[in-house]
Write a protein that binds this ligand. Structure first.
Ligand code: SF4
Length: 459
């Protein structure tokens, strides 16, 4: 998963891009970068680590002068976590200097890479995004046409911001797997993975960039078109609402907080027969679902964990050792809240099961009487090939165990998952009747062909 932002027609482009990236930091903590253009020669500054550690006043004001910018925060889904693979990628080609920042996962990457290698292309990175740079460099026509014809060759998930001189382009694959929104601040347009990043910098959210849409923005003027005459059925990632997007963002037309509260309400209805003293969230992604659960069930809402905000999300650390350490550092129980209580513990999802098991242990050690584990999504039984770093099927606890086996492994008194039907209802907008979500990691059925080369290897 990654976060991207684009700013155009603004003398503070680098500062706004960096503030936007700080707001998108939850989407990737491994590296961050900003490319700037519009005043002097295009320049990219990127490094490993957090946005706040990479960008300071000196870099933003003196080293990145320009009126248009694209930015990226990264966590690895398909290539090594390294500075080489940090984005934006900047190239100098026959069309001039171009920079690209990508969120998603291109599923026909290896096939295209082989084709490009046969044509003599040289690759510097191992990231799937690099093939787009080669396709753009080889294409003919004006900027919008070379980008559109290159994107039509890609399959899988891509939400992109592309920068050339003063022109900012935003594009989204035809399924619309990953979010991408358009906003405005005075006479500047902003493109971002999430609306919260637009609002934080003083802008206004306008709308989603539609699946298959490409917007070209220059000097405060916007042109839009579609990559295909007829787009396929949408498959927006429902896991964005469950876990990834910020609760204060409008993702796929709905406030994430509202969707999560609804998940909790449906979960409470599914668990009507379970009695408890308190409903407790696993911070932070379980918070709003627990609130919805509490309001519907009339069971007291309590915060029984203290989260250390200076530790990153355990889910997005690339190795098991780091995940274990960050999980231990991250949450501490409040003994007075949990001791002697029957608890409904609400979390967003179970992936490997190791973190959930640890949470149950922590609560037992703190004196909890009973723990009913409630999840605001169904069991995850398949990997994601569209930009979220779920592990291979062998490592997904729900893919290899029954619910009762999982309950025993976790050490919980009961284990309940939100049904897929209720999850879709919770995330749907009132005005949309047709199913628009990708739910593949819950069903194992994928909306695109997953070739052998795309299968996830163990790591
Ligand atoms: S497979 Fe799951 S995580 Fe991946 S895009 Fe689909 S719903 Fe989202």
């Amino acid at each position: 998963m990654c976060g991207i932002i684009g700013v155009e027609n603004n003398d503070n482009a680098a500062v706004l891009a960096s503030a936007g990236l700080l707001t998108l930091q939850h989407r990737g903590e491994e590296s961050a970068g900003i490319t700037i253009s519009g005043k002097e020669k295009m320049k990219t500054f990127k490094a490993m680590g957090l946005v706040s550690r990479i960008f300071n006043e000196e870099i933003l004001l003196n080293k990145l002068p320009g009126t248009a910018a694209v930015g990226h925060v990264r966590y690895t889904t398909s290539a090594k976590s390294s500075l080489t693979n940090a984005q934006p990628f900047q190239i100098n080609c026959i069309h001039g200097n171009i920079a690209v920042a990508h969120n998603g996962n291109i599923t026909n990457f290896l096939k295209i890479k082989q084709m490009l290698l046969r044509k003599g292309a040289i690759f510097n990175h191992t990231s799937d995004t690099e093939i787009l740079l080669h396709l753009i460099a080889m294409a003919k026509g004006n900027l919008a046409n070379i980008v559109a014809s290159s994107l039509r060759k890609l399959e899988g998930a891509f939400s992109l911001v592309i920068l050339k001189d003063k022109t900012l382009i935003g594009a989204r694959d035809e399924h619309g797997f990953r979010p991408l929104v358009l906003g405005k601040i005075e006479s500047s347009y902003i493109i971002s993975s999430e609306s919260a990043a637009i609002e934080v910098i003083g802008g206004t959210y306008i709308r989603d960039i539609k699946p298959g849409e490409i917007v070209v923005i220059e000097n405060g003027q916007i042109k839009k078109s579609f990559l295909y005459k007829k787009t396929k059925k949408q498959n927006t990632c429902i896991f964005e609402q469950v876990y990834f997007s910020r609760p204060d963002s409008i993702t796929f037309g709905k406030t994430v907080k509202e969707a999560r509260v609804k998940m909790g309400e449906y979960l409470a209805n599914q668990m009507k027969n379970v009695k408890a003293d308190i409903v407790m969230p696993v911070p932070d992604t379980g918070y709003f679902a627990a609130l919805g659960f509490s309001r519907t069930s009339n069971i007291l809402f309590e915060n029984g964990f203290v989260r250390n905000h200076y530790v990153g999300r355990s889910f997005i650390k690339p190795s098991q050792n780091l995940r274990d350490l960050t999980a231990r550092l991250k949450l501490r129980p409040i003994h007075e809240v949990v001791k002697g209580k029957e608890i409904i513990l609400v979390d967003d999802s179970i992936v490997r099961g190791t973190t959930s098991k640890r949470l149950v242990n922590i609560l037992r050690e703190a004196g909890a009487k009973k723990i009913h584990f409630a999840l605001s999504c169904p069991p995850i039984i398949g990997s994601c090939y569209y930009g979220i770093d779920t592990p291979s099927k062998d490592h997904l606890i729900a893919a290899n165990n029954s619910i009762e086996e999982m309950r025993k492994y976790l050490g919980a008194d009961s284990l309940t998952f939100l049904s897929l039907e209720n999850l879709v209802k919770a995330c749907s907008c009132a005005d949309k009747k047709e199913k628009v979500f990708c739910t593949s990691c819950f069903t194992g059925k994928y909306p695109t062909i997953i070739s052998r080369n795309t299968y996830k290897e163990d790591y």
